[in-house]
Design a protein. Structure first.
Length: 68
């Protein structure tokens, strides 16, 4: 399970929290955890928005589609 994290300086989603180990994963295409996050969400892993609301599969997949 993952949760989007907001950067309070610019009020934009800037990373994701992985619940299993509480890791913060930056949106960095060179980061292995980032690549795994995208794969797992597209395969059905739960993604929460920054407020803790579970996104639908369609919402989560659409969000992943906006990432590089």
């Amino acid at each position: 399970m993952y949760k989007l994290q907001i950067d309070t300086l610019n009020n934009q989603v800037s990373s994701v929290q992985r619940f299993v180990d509480n890791a913060s994963i930056p949106f960095d295409p060179d980061n292995t955890d980032y690549a795994n996050f995208k794969k797992k969400v597209l395969a059905g892993a739960e993604l929460q928005d920054a407020d803790g609301n579970t996104m639908t599969t369609e919402e989560a997949n659409a969000f992943i589609g906006t990432l590089s």
